[in-house]
Design a protein around this ligand. Sequence first.
Ligand code: NAD
Length: 494
Amino acid sequence: YSTAAALEEPIKPTVNVDHTKLFINGQFVDSASGKTFPTLDPRTGEVIAHIAEGDAEDINRAVAAARKAFDEGPWPRMTAYERSKILLRLADLIEKHNDQIATLETWDTGKPYAQAAKIEVPMVVRLLRYYAGWADKIHGMTIPADGPYHVQTLHEPIGVAGQIIPWNFPLLMFSWKIGPALACGNTIVLKTAEQTPLSALYVANLLQEAGLPEGVLNIISGFGATAGASLCSHMDVDKLAFTGSTETGKTILELAAKSNLKPVTLELGGKSPFIVYEDADIDTAVEQAHFALFFNQGQCCCAGSRTYVHEKVYDEFLEKAKARALKRVVGDPFKSGTEQGPQIDSKQFDKIMKYIRSGVDSGATLETGGEQFGKKGYYIKPTVFSNVKDDMLIAQDEIFGPVQSILKFKDLDEVVRRANSSRYGLAAGVFSQNIDTANTLARALRVGTVWINCFDTFDATIPFGGYKMSGQGREKGEYGLRNYLQVKAVVTPL
Ligand code: NAD
């Protein structure tokens, strides 16, 4: 690791936090209650800014604005090509403000600045351009019915979409949500995560310049139990999309069912297997397994958090995986060269440390790490466990931190059975130089994404979503549009 002493003087970001109010009907406004909450710097736990705290009344105001924009405003009525041009302008503006947005994202989340600036904000831009391209390619069909009828289907926007996003990839999740919804002509009330409100509010400031009519996209900062729950229960919200924990996903489904039965898309947790077969290129597998788990401080829903290694290559893999973890550069996320910053907050830090203790107590071997890095903020040393068994909590629960669990297996059938014996089914990595082995595994695994000899390869075109308790529905790609469209059949006698 880098030296912990370097953390004593956190680098001061050079961007102003100008936008801290709610964004409703095209205006930055105070919350109805006048309340605010602090957003904290994960490097120190200190306050970055006080943010207007939205609750039920603000959700009502935002939904009313989104409803009016949908029922009476120009957005669903303009040509799809016009909508496409506005989304392209928004993408251009975000690209122009790349460095300011990446700075806010790093400050609010603790993720390395290079990751925010060179990977995530460019992915946001790419995704908005991708869905801008779809706007005028969304169309229905004519259907040869059994009778003298002309039958056509119209693909129409659903209406007001409620969207709730997490703190691990704030602006990326924002774009996954708003891109397809806007391309289809919906209007939106989006609630950011209470830990990370800053980047979405910065982008709110660019919407008018992009040409987005007022009320089309409303952004509410606030807490899950108040603002989030009000959005989910609202009778005038036509659709919900959520990314976050499986427990909260259950609550959201319940709130939707008890109110107006609005359809719900869920992207939830995971415990993704990363399978290294005996014929894998070991050095590539070690590097990719390291990346699969430690990327974004281990705070990824699809993190490769169960590393299954064939017994013939287990010892070699373990030694190299441990050496790689020891080389990982932990430090101030604004410092160039930093690979790993702090965890998001004290709650997550405590949860991860509890899992590390549980790993030790249940008999796994702590190869390296396992403790705080430095004294300030929420940094954790990259941690590797070997001798992990399937029934240990560290092999079953989503830890959401920099903790790699390495497990040994003997043959293909066994690893398929063990990899599938999870309540989650989000993603998997498969490492083998034999195309038959790789494809056999890919077909047998009950997960929404299989990466063969790679991991975390994301593109706007590739659908993403979970089997089992990892979620419902798919985001991104053409599949992502289906969440935001109604199908209307129109029948005319011939
Ligand atoms: P969470 O699921 O509670 O929060 C995610 C979002 O849901 C936030 O915007 C939050 O305000 C909102 N929310 C919370 N309760 C709500 C409710 N009752 N109604 C409506 N919205 C509500 O996640 P968390 O508490 O921040 O983190 C806990 C765990 O969740 C993590 O340790 C991790 O395992 C998991 N997690 C997963 C993802 C993912 O991408 N799959 C993202 C964040 C957290």
